[in-house]
Every structure is written in C-alpha cells, then in structure tokens.
Design a protein around this ligand. Structure first.
Ligand SMILES: Nc1ncnc2c1ncn2[C@@H]1O[C@H](COP(=O)(O)OP(=O)(O)O)[C@@H](O)[C@H]1O
Ligand SMILES: [Mg+2]
Length: 262
C-alpha cells in the first residue's frame, strides 16, 4: 500500500504563549478534498499555514507521503518534493501590485532557478491564465486593472504554476460577491476534476464546503470536533458545535435533500 498524501498527527501550534491548535489529527488521500470548517478564530488559518510550512508547529507531526516534514525548511521541503501550494482569501495582498501578472504567476518557476527568459515565462503565464479561463492578454496587466474575481483566478494560476499535489485554499471565495463566488467555485471543481489535485478547503461557509469537498473537518477552539464523510457529518453531526452550525445554516442537514446541491 502506498502512503497517503498527507497525515497530520497531534499537531499543536501557538502564537507566543497562547496555544491555538490542540492535538489536531487529519488524513488526506490523493485527489481528495477536505473542507475545514469552524467559527472565526477557531484556528483554521493557523492550521492551513502550519501545513503549508508558513508557520512552525509546536508539537506533533506533518507527514507527506510517509515522510515526516514537520521540521523541514522551505528549501528542504522543495528538495523532498513536497508539492503544496496555497491560495489566500485576499488576492489583493497576495499579488504584488507593481508586478505584471506574468511575473506573479510564474513565481514558482522563477524560484526554482529557471534559465527561461522573459518570453518563455510570459508564454507559461499565458497557458496558466488559460487554465483558469482568463484572457491570455492579461499577462502584461497589473493586478489593479483586474476585478476581484479575476485577481483570485490569477492567484489560483500562480498556485498551479508550482504543480501542486495539494492545494490549500483559505477562504478563497469569501471576499467575492455571490455570483463571482459561484464562478470561482465552479472553476475549482473543474480544475479538481481535470488535474486531480487534492485540496484542503478552509471556509466558515457550510454551503461552500458542501459543494467543494467530499470530507469535512470541524474545528472548535483549535480542536477537531468532527471529521468524516461530508454527507454523514452533515446528516448526523455528533458534536454540539457542529449541530449548532448545521442548524444555523438553512437548507443543509437531515431535513433537506442534499443532492439538490450536487
Ligand atoms: N498572528 C497572530 N498572532 C497572535 N494571535 C493570532 C495570530 N493569528 C491568529 N491569532 C489568534 O489565533 C486564533 C486562531 O486564529 P485563526 O487561525 O486566524 O482562526 P480562523 O482562521 O479560524 O478565523 C485566534 O484566537 C486568533 O486571534
Ligand atoms: Mg482564517
């Protein structure tokens, strides 16, 4: 049997002396999609950042294809072929306002120390923009010339440039209005089907996670209080917090036919 893509064991994290994550466990198989749900401040972003290697773990393990990567530097992660890319909530702050789109999008290639020149990088950026259904002519634009939804597509293209096997999305649609949110969710679903990339999808929105994921993990105050198949958890939440969450989200839960959201 081959090792699962990602295993997190007894993971703890803190800011200064304040513990934020308490013994978090999770498993992710290749090509699968896990939604991480919880109230504001429950530790979702912290968990995403620790797994992405942007924040150190306090204790516990992050295991990538059987290899413990908890304490590897970013360079060592690259050497170990850890293919994780992240998309943040606010594309405004994740894109350099002075950099043309092609340069932002191909950052992963540039960081690998490519010998490709500007023309080749612009070509690569154009195909990545095409992948996220943006006009290839956007390569020479600056971020401010794009709408919020277009900028988030650029951020997704930029993440795809790293050829990730795991995409971590932290509230990727929360800053967008509902129509644009639906379009970006549609794009993510399509990319998932076409490219077979696994994802960790952080959101506070049960509707979003229901559409985007097949597994769900509920965090409450830095602890995992629910973890399982989407339909099973939404149908019969066992923890008090998840019960309230499901109850507070109209049109989700036992009384409803979940297939209407499929
Ligand atoms: N940079 C930081 N420094 C100190 N405390 C932080 C920092 N970021 C988040 N926290 C605290 O950690 C807890 C979890 O935050 P976060 O992971 O951002 O939650 P979520 O993404 O679920 O809203 C909160 O209590 C928050 O106030
Ligand atoms: Mg957050």
């Amino acid at each position: 049997m081959t090792a699962p893509l990602l295993q997190v064991r007894c993971l703890r994290a803190r800011y200064g002396k304040v513990p934020v994550l308490h013994n978090v466990d999770l498993d992710l198989a290749d090509k699968s999609s896990l939604g991480i749900v919880g109230a504001s401040g429950s530790g979702k972003t912290t968990l995403a950042r620790v797994i992405a290697g942007l924040l150190p773990a306090d204790a516990g393990q992050i295991i990538w294809r059987g290899q413990d990567i908890t304490r590897l530097s970013r360079a060592a992660r690259r050497d170990a072929a850890v293919a994780i890319a992240m998309v943040f909530q606010d594309p405004q702050s994740s894109l350099n306002p002075r950099m043309p789109i092609w340069q932002s999008v191909t950052e992963a290639t540039i960081l690998r120390g490519t010998r490709q020149g500007r023309a080749a990088l612009r070509d690569q950026a154009a195909s990545l923009l095409d992948l996220v259904s943006l006009p290839t002519a956007f390569v020479d634009r600056l971020p401010h010339a794009l709408s919020g939804g277009q900028r988030q597509r650029v951020a997704i293209a930029r993440a795809l440039c790293a050829e990730p096997q795991l995409l971590i999305l932290d509230e990727p649609t929360s800053a967008l209005d509902l129509t644009v949110q639906a379009q970006v969710l549609e794009l993510l679903a399509q990319l998932r089907a076409d490219l077979g990339i696994a994802s960790l999808f952080v959101t506070h929105d049960l509707h979003v996670v229901r559409r985007a994921c097949d597994q769900i993990l509920v965090l409450d105050d830095g602890r995992v209080v629910e973890n399982g198949e989407m339909a099973a958890v939404l149908d019969a939440p066992t923890h008090d917090y998840s019960r309230r969450l499901v109850a507070a989200t109209p049109s989700i839960g036992k009384a409803m036919d979940l297939d209407q959201f499929a």
